[in-house]
Design a protein around this ligand. Structure first.
Ligand code: NDP
Ligand code: BG6
Length: 589
């Protein structure tokens, strides 16, 4: 452990993610590291951001330039017994303390209520917010502080494993939530908000985070008015921007240009909440800290990779938004493509945000132009099952009844680089399908000269291994292997080496928004999208989207609750691939 402590101390902030990976190693010695380093991790993350002195031992504070969030230096002696404590971020009582003010812009909306306030409460409950913090909701709707508290209180929940004092904690949290009604483009409204924030900040170093949970056409207005009238004078100011970041290359570039008139790139945190999902974050750990995987991660051993997203409900309630975007923009161009980039990138020089994002951009820029022949689109139609009538997409009142917007898409993509030449990366995303789930499937090649070939009959696919990373629900990582059925004969079957999270870990998995908001507070940009990544992602999809629109391609209809259009199966078959999500799924421990 001494060596670990020293190494961590020397590596400073950059060691953070390195510590993360240590917590996932196994074996006796490593498990010891896991426990102690795991406890250390959160306090280590905090030091990097809050420039404070914690209850630990010798600490030289991290310095962060007020507006760009860059960490200049950090040096820290890690102790085994540092566990997160509410308030430790702000350092010793009486020293120059910092405070964080979080403003949720669009607080009256669906996302704020459903995801952002619950994530903020969970962070508070877990002791991850600093001692001095204030939360403001901002929107045009007229509301009192009490009414905001009432609005959000119904969605705050405590972790299953730590229900103690849940009610008290909720009360304490709600007392620190306030509301300010104003206009998005009004500097006066934001200056009034700033005055209120200032009162709560009480002369401390004031760090300010704005979460833009509003429609994208008002992002720039808010960036302008908030940055000129409500930026922090002596701390950092950061802005989290929700998707969608444009509809195509041009509108995305326009949006970036608009935001950059008022914010530096490193103040902008473009959120893709899939990057905050536990198993997506684990992808790099799995690959880069296990000898058994990285050597196999190439065209030599991998036949195809599948990224599958499905929802068992339609666009209920969001048809107006959705019809302007469609499933390719809503899910593929961002969530699935981000996972693909993380999956396929070369090993980064380090776990620093810039090193990782550099590698992701290279993957995106190496991707072959998307061809219409490699894309299938679908739209769900009404369906009656078991006496229940399920609506068609166009039954939504906010959707035009001649809409061609795809609610399903499947695509075959290729990365033209040395590692992945010729390997199909298949994507499939759909709403109103037979089940809800998100997963990555890696299908390996056949074993050359397999001695047991005869035992697999004619279906050679059965002989190959498949690694499945089930992102949600019921998180799991399992590897399909061939195994001898116990007994005197020689019969093989297909079994799973299964890491089922619910059975292995007794902690509830945090929501993606918790991780991402915490990262934004800490100035950790690894899981946020850089503007060149965004450009590369749009460059890949824009020509296809334009072609679909110009040619008014009609989507293949599929019944609500089905497995989607049959065209998706033909597309996979074209590359000798079978979608893996219809096969046997283990959930056993
Ligand atoms: P909403 O449509 O509910 O909008 C949020 C708030 O913005 C509203 O309460 C309203 O507040 C204000 N608003 C809405 N429309 C306008 C308008 N035309 N002009 C000015 N203000 C407006 O959005 P969501 O909460 O659903 O989502 C927020 C952002 O997050 C959007 O960009 C969305 O695309 C994105 N997103 C949402 C997801 C979800 O599950 N809801 C998932 C992923 C991303 P008021 O009238 O009080 O000012
Ligand atoms: C959002 C999409 O980004 O992700 C929605 O706009 C989709 O259409 C949602 O439903 C899915 O997120 P999750 O975390 O529920 O899988």
């Amino acid at each position: 452990m001494a060596a670990l402590k020293q190494a961590a101390s020397l590596r400073g902030v950059q060691g953070r993610s390195w510590l993360d990976s240590l917590t996932l190693t196994s074996g006796k010695a490593e498990n010891m590291a896991s426990v102690s380093m795991g406890a250390t991790r959160r306090s280590y993350r905090m030091v990097a951001v809050h420039a404070g002195v914690s209850g630990g031992k010798a600490v030289k504070p991290a310095q962060e330039s007020p507006h760009d969030g860059t960490i200049k230096s950090v040096e820290r002696v890690i102790t085994d017994d540092e566990s997160p404590k509410p308030g430790f971020l702000n350092g010793r009582e009486g020293s120059a303390e910092a405070t964080v003010s979080i403003t949720v812009v669009g607080a009256s909306g669906d996302l704020a209520k459903k995801k952002i306030f619950p994530a903020l409460f969970a962070l508070y409950y877990e002791g991850c917010l600093p001692k001095h913090f204030t939360i403001y909701g901002f929107a045009r709707s007229k509301m009192t502080d009490e009414q905001l508290r009432e609005l959000i209180s119904g969605t705050l929940t405590c972790r299953i494993d730590q229900k103690e004092n849940c009610g008290d904690k909720q009360e304490e949290f709600l007392k620190r939530c306030f509301y300010h009604s104003g206009q998005y483009s009004s500097e006066e409204s934001f200056s009034e908000l700033s005055r209120k924030l200032h009162e709560h900040e009480g002369g401390r170093v004031a760090n300010r985070l704005f979460y833009l949970s509003i429609p994208p056409d008002i992002f720039v207005d808010v960036a302008r008015s908030s940055s000129s009238a409500a930026s922090s004078k002596n701390g950092w100011t950061r802005v989290i921007v929700e998707k969608p970041f444009g509809r195509d290359s041009e509108s995305s570039a326009e949006l970036t240009k608009g935001l950059k008139q008022y914010l530096n790139e490193d103040q902008i945190y473009r959120i893709d909440h899939y990057l905050g999902k536990e198993l997506v974050e684990n992808l790099s750990v799995l690959r880069f800290s296990n000898l058994v995987f990285e050597p196999l991660w190439s065209r030599q051993y991998i036949r195809n990779v599948q990224f599958i997203f499905s929802e068992d409900f339609g666009t209920e309630g969001r048809g107006g938004y959705f019809d302007n975007y469609g499933i390719i923009r809503d899910i593929m161009q961002n969530h699935l493509l981000q996972i693909l980039a993380l999956f396929a990138m070369e090993p980064p020089v380090s776990l620093d945000a810039e090193d990782i994002r550099n590698e992701k951009v290279k993957v995106l820029r190496s991707m072959r132009k998307l061809d219409m022949a490699n894309v299938v689109i679908g739209q769900y139609k009404g369906h009656v099952r078991g006496g229940v009538k399920y609506p068609a997409y166009i039954d939504d009142k906010t959707v035009p009844n001649n809409s061609n917007t795809p609610t399903f898409a499947a695509a075959a993509l290729f990365i033209d680089n040395a590692r992945w030449d010729g390997v199909p990366f298949l994507m499939k995303a759909g709403k109103a399908l037979h089940k809800r789930g998100a997963e990555i499937r890696v299908q390996f090649r056949h074993v050359p000269g397999n001695l047991y070939k005869r035992s697999f009959g004619t279906d050679l696919d059965k002989a190959t291994n498949e690694l499945v990373i089930r992102v949600q629900p019921d998180e799991a990582i399992y590897l399909k292997i061939n195994n001898k059925v116990p007994g005197l004969g020689m019969r093989l079957d297909r079994s799973n080496l299964n890491l089922h999270y619910a059975a292995r870990y007794d902690k509830e998995i945090p929501d993606a928004y918790e991780r991402l908001i915490l990262d934004a507070i800490e100035g950790e940009r690894r899981l946020f999208i850089r503007s060149d990544e965004l450009d590369a992602a749009w460059s890949l999809f824009t020509p296809l989207l334009k072609e679909l629109e110009i040619r008014k391609v009609s989507p293949e209809l599929y019944p609500y609750g089905s497995r989607g259009p049959v065209g998706a199966h033909y597309l996979a078959a074209k590359y000798n691939v079978r979608w893996g999500d219809n096969s046997f799924e283990p959930t056993e421990d």
